[in-house]
Design a protein around this ligand. Structure first.
Ligand SMILES: Cc1cc2nc3c(=O)[nH]c(=O)nc-3n(C[C@H](O)[C@H](O)[C@H](O)COP(=O)(O)O)c2cc1C
Length: 190
């Protein structure tokens, strides 16, 4: 069980500067901080990793950016993941980062996660969330059962870049709080 202040790593599966997913991530981060989590947000540079290639693994060591990514995951208790939807699945960026982290020793083992997403489309990333849950389950991550889906993201933000709908803000901050509760629960030690 994680006593005190759980360490939360927050990131989006998009490298795009104007990423909707990075915009909605901010609200989940606020919720996690409200609940007492120590949150570190990773920018796109942390997920800019070489494509997975077994030939780049040398006697249990990895290319430098992969080592840095793996260390960040290892040092965390919980993950806040804003996942875009690409062709009904997770983005290649996110899947590649998960694949690198899963290589022995799997740095994801025993973490908890909350995932959610935003898309200009009508389904709010629902299909990529299902896809992501399958991947996270494969790497022994406990995922908070509920999610938040932001559909029609192109119209969801006002001129200052804030979400227009306070219910979406509430849902995202509540999910951030739920992750911190899950990190404290000892669930991941089961
Ligand atoms: C290759 C590709 C595939 C996509 N497939 C989907 C999809 O299946 N469902 C969806 O809702 N949006 C899809 N989109 C649109 C993305 O949701 C949109 O580009 C979104 O802005 C990406 O997230 P970001 O704003 O965080 O970068 C796709 C975009 C790309 C580039």
């Amino acid at each position: 069980m994680t006593e005190g202040q759980p360490r939360i790593l927050a990131f989006a599966g998009s490298l795009r500067e104007g990423s909707f997913n990075r915009k909605v991530l901010r609200y989940a981060i606020l919720g996690a901080r409200e609940a007492g989590g120590h949150v570190e947000e990773l920018g796109p540079e942390h997920l800019t990793l070489p494509l997975y290639n077994g030939d780049l693994e040398k006697n249990g060591s990895f290319p430098e950016p992969v080592e840095a990514w793996r260390a960040k995951i290892r040092q965390s208790d919980g993950l806040l993941i804003a996942s875009p939807e690409y062709n009904h699945g997770v983005s290649g960026v996110l899947k590649n980062a998960i694949d690198w982290g899963s290589r022995p020793p799997n740095v994801f083992r025993g973490k908890v996660a909350a995932s959610f997403g935003a898309t200009p489309g009508a389904q709010g990333t629902a299909r990529s969330q299902m896809n992501l849950r399958i991947c996270l389950s494969a790497v022994n991550v406990w995922v908070v059962p509920r999610t938040v889906l932001i559909a029609h993201a192109s119209e969801a933000f006002d001129a200052t870049g804030e979400l227009k709908d306070p219910r979406q803000v509430q849902a995202l901050t509540a999910l951030g709080r739920a992750l911190v509760q899950a990190a404290r629960s000892g669930l991941a030690d089961v």
